[in-house]
Design a binder for this molecule. Structure first.
Ligand code: GCW
Length: 716
């Protein structure tokens, strides 16, 4: 009878119950392989765990949830002959203590998972220096079970390489999300602090499972109101909810808050009253939230107020806030995303020009937060020249997980390929091998304070991210924040196995699909180094024709500079000379068209239409070939997905199938719009592999979509 019920359970849970995506990668699907199931059931029958802390209680809850889901068994928590031992190193009996060199190799958030044999029976030992380390160890252990790994010789020692691993929510207090495509903000400010929604707890679980240890709750285009007492009590309720999952809460600080909610006449960082106001505000916050993480600040950028309004520098502004937070161990993350139209210099140069002179002058608890590229989260950008250029200043990476320039929520794009590419780039700043990853994890210049942030793609959509596969980008960001040297392929395999199926017939083709999806979007949107060619405002869809806006560097023509001779932005010495902001090794290689990697060609050079690329074909032909490749890649994704139907729940299958059909339509829209527009300049025949465009260029240029998703910024 038991076997019959078991069999029924297996069938229903694997295929019957529609997976609406709410459980994310923590599906804890039934382990239906009898041998593995038996192996797991024995090893997880009795668990030794001191539930003497709030984190330990969370661990216990997660173990129960996981074992119930995967094995339909309730583990016994007891010290009597446990098969799974979860204990801090300091509390371990001598015979179980790991070797000193192993203990020395893990940091306070690290852990060790080991299969041991004690009293001649195999057991699993998860140990760490802190409860938070145990939490990360347990989630990593549960991942092994979800991936059906063999536990007989487990030996995993791991520690996060970056200290501050944060999500940045561009969530407004009215619950709209700037550049958000998955519904409204999950923070229900109106009902906080009393209503603690299940989503808040599952948000914390999901983030803890990938090692995220901080979250900035509100938009960098900030509202001062978040710093008012009534809102701070709401923030406190979220902080209390997240604390047992090892997650600290941060807020964005609107630089003009002392005026807007403090009643002062000025927000000048050198003004005594203003400094006192921020000191008092910090004290007020820490009374409510003793482990408050600190402030994220967007200042003097895109209309946000800042120290420059008072003739002061970014350092003056950041250091004032740093002094207010320092007594409480808080940090300031000061964004370097600055560019102004007063100085009509190449936008890609301005952050470097403005911030490099400040190197070494920020307080010790200040991180400068830098986007992965010098323009703005494009499908591809060379790494930001600031990485490696400020060795005396902790630089924090800012990636965008939400797909502002990558198809919103309707395009499947596996972003860890973008993150991996940037992190592996060599800055040459301390000689060869000075990768961006080493700048960010601090190992290059022995920087103690390190951080990485991802602009969240989470909303109140039932599956959190809108597109089922956008969850992989949240997951992947967390995994790379933990280890910036991780391979995108490993991340894809983990996420696919935990979310859908560990069957190699599914994982293998889907891993290729994910890994190829990033090059596809580059090809059908901005191939060969083109950038910033999207429709204005909402940024959804093509707009290579965009010109005559409030400022040149918000248009598309500013970036591609297409004319009868050629296309591309000359950033070498004969152009804006942005190239000189990179190390000599890069400047030398990229100064010539022929030695510049073709993927960055039109980022750094204005190239003649008939210039011959490495494949012996001219630029116009290659541009068309990349647009066509992008569309064909999406067609390939569609045919791969069709073969995955047996492995995926019907609902998730259908939703992804329909979204892929939108992605194909929009890739064809990009191909036709861009090639018809650029053909006006190249005056060259459309290669025969490019199908006849269904509409005229005028038609494409006339498309307006004022209600496209993603809430444009208030200043736009
Ligand atoms: O990515 C761009 C977006 C803005 C965003 C800004 C920034 C929050 O278009 O919506 O504003 O940059 O990063 O501050």
């Amino acid at each position: 009878m038991k076997k019959l019920i078991l069999g029924l359970l297996v069938f229903v849970s694997s295929y019957g119950i529609a997976q609406d995506g709410y459980k994310l990668w923590l599906q804890y699907k039934t382990v239906d392989n009898a041998k593995i199931r038996e192996h797991y059931s024995e090893l997880n029958e009795t668990i030794s765990l001191d539930t003497n802390s709030s984190i330990a209680k969370v661990i216990q809850k997660e173990l129960k949830l996981a074992m119930q889901g995967m094995l339909s068994q309730n583990p016994r928590f007891s010290e009597e002959n446990p098969t799974l031992i979860i204990k801090k190193i300091a509390d371990l009996p001598k015979d179980l203590k790991p070797k000193q060199n192993l203990i020395d190799s893990i940091n306070d958030e690290g852990f060790n998972i080991q299969t041991i044999t004690s009293k001649s029976t195999p057991k699993i030992l998860i140990t760490a220096k802190t409860d938070q380390g145990l939490l990360y160890g347990v989630f990593t252990y549960l991942k092994q079970l979800q991936l059906h790994k063999d536990l007989t010789e487990l030996s995993i020692t791991d520690s996060p390489k970056i200290k501050k691993r944060l999500l940045n929510h561009w969530d407004n207090l009215d619950r709209t999300i700037e550049r958000g495509y998955a519904g409204f903000s999950i923070w229900d400010w109106h009902l906080l602090p009393n209503l603690i929604k299940e989503e808040y707890i599952d948000y914390a679980r999901a983030n803890a499972s990938i090692g995220i240890n901080g979250t900035v709750l509100n938009n960098v285009n900030a509202s001062a109101y978040i710093l008012q007492e009534d809102y701070l009590e709401k923030v406190q309720a979220l902080a209390d909810t997240f604390r047992p999952y090892g997650i600290q809460v941060y807020l964005t600080a609107r630089f003009s808050a002392p005026i807007e909610i403090g009643g002062l006449e000025t927000a000048d960082p050198l003004n005594k009253e203003v400094r006192q106001w921020w000191n008092n505000k910090a004290d007020e916050i820490y009374k409510l939230i003793p482990d408050f993480g600190g402030f994220l600040v967007k200042a003097n950028s895109e209309g946000q107020p800042g120290p420059n309004n008072y003739g002061r520098s970014h350092v003056d502004g950041a250091n004032m806030l740093a002094e207010a937070l320092a007594p409480h161990n808080g940090i300031v993350m000061w964004r370097a995303f600055v560019y102004s139209d007063e100085k009509p210099d190449d936008r890609a140069k301005q952050a470097y020009t403005e911030f490099v002179p400040f190197d070494g002058t920020f307080k010790d608890n200040v991180l400068v937060q830098v986007k992965n590229g010098a323009i703005d989260f494009q499908p591809r950008e060379p790494f930001h020249p600031l990485f490696g250029a400020m060795p005396e200043t902790p630089l924090m990476m800012e990636f965008q997980i939400t797909q502002e320039y990558l198809g919103g929520m309707s395009h499947l794009v596996f972003l860890p390929k973008i993150f991996e590419e940037t992190l592996q780039e060599d800055t040459f700043s301390q000689g060869k091998g000075s990768t961006v990853a080493k700048v960010v994890d601090g190992s290059l210049t022995d920087t103690q304070l390190t951080g990485i942030a991802g602009v969240s793609n989470i909303g109140n959509a039932r599956n959190w991210t809108g597109h089922p596969f956008a969850q992989a980008n949240w997951y992947g960001f967390g995994r790379l924040a933990w280890n910036p040297k991780l391979k995108a392929e490993t991340i894809a395999q983990e996420w696919l196995g935990m979310t859908f199926s560990t069957d190699p017939a599914f994982v293998k083709p889907m891993t290729s699909l994910l890994l190829d999806s990033r090059e596809a979007v580059v090809d059908y949107m901005t191939p060969l180094g083109l950038h910033h060619m999207m429709a204005e405002g909402h940024h959804q869809g093509p707009g290579p024709w965009v010109k005559d806006l409030g400022r040149e560097d918000w248009t598309s023509v500013y970036y591609h500079k297409a004319d009868s001779l050629g296309i591309g932005f000359d950033r070498t010495a004969t152009g804006s000379d942005a190239l000189s902001q990179y190390a000599p090794e890069i400047e030398k290689a990229y100064s010539k068209i022929e030695t510049t990697p073709e993927k960055y060609l039109l980022w750094f050079h204005h190239v003649p239409w008939n210039y011959e690329l490495k494949n012996g074909k001219n630029l116009w032909y290659n541009l068309a070939r990349h647009y066509q490749d992008g569309v064909e890649e999406v067609e390939k994704m569609i045919s791969t997905w069709e073969q995955m139907k047996p492995y995926v729940d019907e609902k998730a299958y259908r939703k992804t199938e329909m979204l892929l059909s939108i992605q194909l339509k929009e890739s064809q829209w990009w191909r036709a719009s861009c090639l018809l527009y650029f053909q006006q300049f190249s005056k060259m025949e459309m290669p025969d592999f490019i199908p006849e465009a269904p509409h005229t260029l005028n038609y494409y240029e006339s498309i307006r979509d004022p209600y496209a998703p993603g809430i444009k910024p208030s200043w736009d």
